[in-house]
Design a protein around this ligand. Structure first.
Ligand code: NAD
Ligand code: UGA
Length: 482
């Protein structure tokens, strides 16, 4: 480890106080108490929530996050909407803004919408003073740094200008983030690696010294800008591909008598394959896998690599199919009639230990069930009723069906109440609280015939002995009672 005094950076600013900007800067502030960290956002309410006295109101839920915020906030960690001031005084500006898939115009449905990255770059150009290192933390298409460099070059002062107070120069680096939600703090504190892409050695050294405060140097990889950008998209594409691969096999296990858990264990023991990311489920969710795959597909097509694009597109198609397949299994178990059936969804976030529901498979499953007339009751330990409302009621399927079919949804906080008179329970997110439920007790409260659909493979079949609950599990199939 290198000593603190080698770090010349005094102030850091981050544009974007979301799921990446927030936790990343909180950890940076905790690890580097000698640096002031300013986390900014154009969303005033979000910043107010980051500054909330009540730590349960922080806009991001992550295990361990609120303790770090408590420790650092208003000491060397500041959440502020004063973007101008934060940029003016900062040596490094991280861009951690959203880069969603474009919904209209050129590349719609595939390409990333870079308007927030562009506007962030212009804001930095406008307010920066002295030399500023701009770090791309958002996930972006390969060669986005070139766009940033082109925009920022218009704000640069003339090299011959000797007035030190007027001087404005920039370096652009790429340092994508690999944290996963739900384990963000651990991932940030003990990353497998961090990437720094760029060609300006001074800037590379400056950023590397900061990471070295808590990350072993052998885990800090230096690459060129484009490798760094592409590695991020590639990592997500490979991870998503593994999930689609195991989900495809889960569908084959069910009719053939194989058990996906046994298959996962058997193949995962091969050190060339490895045991992680082999958990079959209702399809991957989250804000990034699909978006980053679409982005990769767009890039392949842009470079006329249609076969490569088709290959990656199949990962998304399989994921969509898996979600649909699970809804279909539930609907068919009730012979196609879900009207006046109470179906309980356990879990709504796209994975446990986060309140994030972006692209959660729960949304698709809930909509399919409502469309078929079910009364869907939703429980989640961290997702709020208004988040659920926003996700369901803006969907076209819901708008189309709400007047013609009786299906509806409600939110219930109490796990004991929600199961009363349920026709079916569906485990959608593997929150810890669902792992040890008293199925014999629940059995007494459900309506007959009763069903449990375990889309995450978290229920041990033995726990259903002495119950009348019919059971279906992903990658295993049916165990019928009546
Ligand atoms: P987010 O939507 O939670 O947060 C982005 C924030 O940026 C929003 O609060 C938005 O208001 C703010 N913003 C937009 N323009 C701004 C501007 N000009 N100045 C200040 N703030 C601005 O998104 P996120 O999940 O944090 O993702 C951010 C980026 O990180 C994306 O590119 C994503 O692909 C990538 N990423 C996300 C994750 C993840 O787990 N969510 C992990 C790795 C990488
Ligand atoms: C993912 C990557 O894991 C991070 O490295 C990356 O930084 C991030 O995307 C990003 O760029 O946003 P995240 O989406 O937060 O992180 O969570 P994951 O743990 O990857 O899970 C994604 C989805 O895959 C979840 O819906 C999860 O339930 C599902 N999944 C994961 C499975 O169905 N099976 C598995 O074996 C693993």
């Amino acid at each position: 480890m290198l000593k603190n005094n080698k770090i010349k950076v005094k102030n850091i600013c981050c544009l974007g106080a979301g799921y990446v900007g927030g936790p990343t800067m909180v950890v940076l502030a905790e690890k580097c108490p000698q640096i002031n960290v300013f986390v900014t956002d154009i969303d005033k309410k979000k910043i107010e929530r980051w500054n909330s006295e009540k730590f349960e109101n922080l806009p991001v839920y992550e295990p361990g996050l609120s303790d770090l915020v408590k420790k650092c906030r208003n000491k060397n960690l500041f959440f502020t909407t004063d973007i101008k001031h934060a940029i003016e005084i900062s040596d490094i500006v991280f861009i951690s803004v959203n880069t969603p898939t474009k919904t209209q115009g050129h590349g719609a449905g595939y390409a990333s919408d870079l308007k927030w990255v562009e506007s962030s770059t212009r804001i930095v150009g406008q307010f920066a003073k002295g030399h500023t290192i701009i770090v791309e933390k958002s996930t972006v298409p390969v060669r986005t740094a070139e766009l940033i460099q082109k925009i920022i070059s218009h704000y640069k002062t003339d090299e011959l200008d000797t007035d030190i107070n007027n001087k404005k120069t920039f370096s652009v680096l790429s340092s994508p983030e690999f944290l996963a939600e739900g384990t963000a703090i651990k991932d940030l504190e003990f990353p497998d690696r961090v990437l720094i892409g760029g060609d300006d050695n001074d800037a590379l050294n400056t950023l590397s010294l900061i990471y070295q405060e808590w990350i072993p140097i052998k885990k800090i990889f230096r690459t060129n800008l484009w490798s760094s950008e592409l590695s991020k998209l590639t990592a997500n594409a490979f991870l998503a591909q593994r999930i689609s691969s195991i989900n495809a096999i889960s569908s084959l296990c069910e009719p053939s008598g194989a058990d996906i858990k046994e298959v996962s264990k058997a193949i995962g023991a091969d050190s060339r394959i490895g045991g992680k990311f082999l958990q079959a489920g209702p399809g991957f969710g989250g804000s990034c896998f699909q978006k980053d795959l679409l982005n990769l597909i767009y890039l392949c097509r842009f470079y006329n690599l249609d076969s490569a694009a088709d290959y990656w597109e199949q990962v998304i198609k399989l994921n969509e199919w898996q979600k649909k397949r699970i809804s279909q299994i539930i609907i068919e178990a009730f012979f196609g009639t879900l009207s006046s059936k109470k179906i309980v969804l356990l879990g709504y976030s796209f994975k446990p230990n986060t309140n994030d529901i972006r692209e959660s498979p729960a949304i698709r499953i809930a909509l399919d069930l409502i469309e078929n007339g079910a009364n869907v009751f939703i429980h989640d330990p961290k997702v709020s009723e208004s988040q659920i409302r926003n996700s369901i009621e803006i969907e076209k399927t819901y708008q189309k069906t709400k007047n013609s079919i009786n299906g509806n949804w409600s939110y219930e906080k109490d796990l004991e109440k929600i199961v009363v008179d349920a026709d079916a329970i569906v485990t959608v997110t593997e929150w810890e609280v669902y792992l040890n439920l008293d199925w014999r007790g629940i059995n007494k409260l459900m309506r007959r015939p009763s069903w449990l659909f375990d889309t995450r493979g978290i229920i041990n079949e033995k726990e259903l002995l002495d119950t009348e609950i019919n059971f279906w599990q992903v990658g295993k199939g049916f165990v019928l009672k009546n």
